[in-house]
Design a protein around this ligand. Sequence first.
Ligand code: SAM
Length: 372
Amino acid sequence: MSVETVLGDVAHGGVVVARIDGKVTFVTGGLPGERVLVDVRERGTRFDRGVVTEVLDPHPQRVVPPCPVAGVCGGCDWQHADADLQRELKRRVVEEQLRRLAGIDWEGEVVEVLPRWNWRTRMRYRVANGRPGLRAKRSHDLVPLPDEGCRIAVTQDPGERPGAGELQVVDAHSGHVEIVDGRVAGEPVVTERAGGRDYRVAAEGFWQVHPHAADVLVDAVLRSLEPRAGERAVDLYCGVGLFAGALDGRGCDVLGVELNKEAVAYARRNVPGARFQAASVDRFLGRLPKRADLVVLDPPRKGAGRAVVGAVAAMGPRAISYVACDPAALARDLAFFVAAGYEVTRVEAYDLFPQTYHIECVATLTRNSPLH
Ligand SMILES: C[S@@+](CC[C@H](N)C(=O)[O-])C[C@H]1O[C@@H](n2cnc3c(N)ncnc32)[C@H](O)[C@@H]1O
């Protein structure tokens, strides 16, 4: 049964907060201030989850989502908001996470990165009866691709795949690669380009997804660290050496640490001037250099955590650049850095995942006082 309510502010995760029968309810498909009908679909002890079934009083920046499965598949959360409102919603989420979890008053903006459609260079589909589909939001159900395909994917319509169970599509700088049921059709390695350098990466390996993400982030990290030739730099969670390459290009002496052995093998070839260690960062803390001038860290979604932050601070770098795909994890780690004697001097936010709730941030930290 649907309940009429007026939606409150945006919350992290592509939802808007409502109070229904006195209980916090995270609602998808709505926008702040809208009067809507909500269907409460999941009941929890602390909060419920609901979906907008009808908009009675729309937000002035509401638009008709171009995709018929927008909000149903797990990909797009904000197709029903115009471009400016999407960035404003993300700005409020970053602002709120930084204030609540790190006590930081952030007054930045979310920088638009084009294109806003057909930007996903990596897509993973499940295939049923030959038709690729996407996972439904918060469920394992399959949502068949609409006839036009996925509007945020570079290859919008991958076509039918009779007999297949899974399809991955990679649109790299070097070209289009498909991986069907784990088998790569063609070259298993692709070439990507960032900061004027080529990087080889396994077709299934990690690379930033938006076609301009790697360039945007390299530029942000270099502005953040202002590296000088001869400085000792550490790139944690380095993948195939994206930031290590940028720092090596500025004449730094670079050490990269990355869990994935295959990525490390590519990193060694991509950036022959740097050293790389295949290891989990949290198990490598005792073997980190005693001192470093610069550190860049780009951990997975859950963040780096207190122990890694403590070890980074113990190297006493004059500047740290923290690249984060989850503002909540970033904020928690920034609070650890502040406790360890660092000051957050800048946080930049980039809309590298248009139409979705995801957001990429780059924080700059500098040491409060000289090391003894
Ligand atoms: C967000 S990606 C960043 C990669 C690289 N900086 C880039 O932009 O291409 C995070 C990387 O961390 C690696 N990773 C995940 N957990 C790790 C761990 N515990 N220790 C080291 N690397 C880890 C992943 O394999 C992945 O390459």
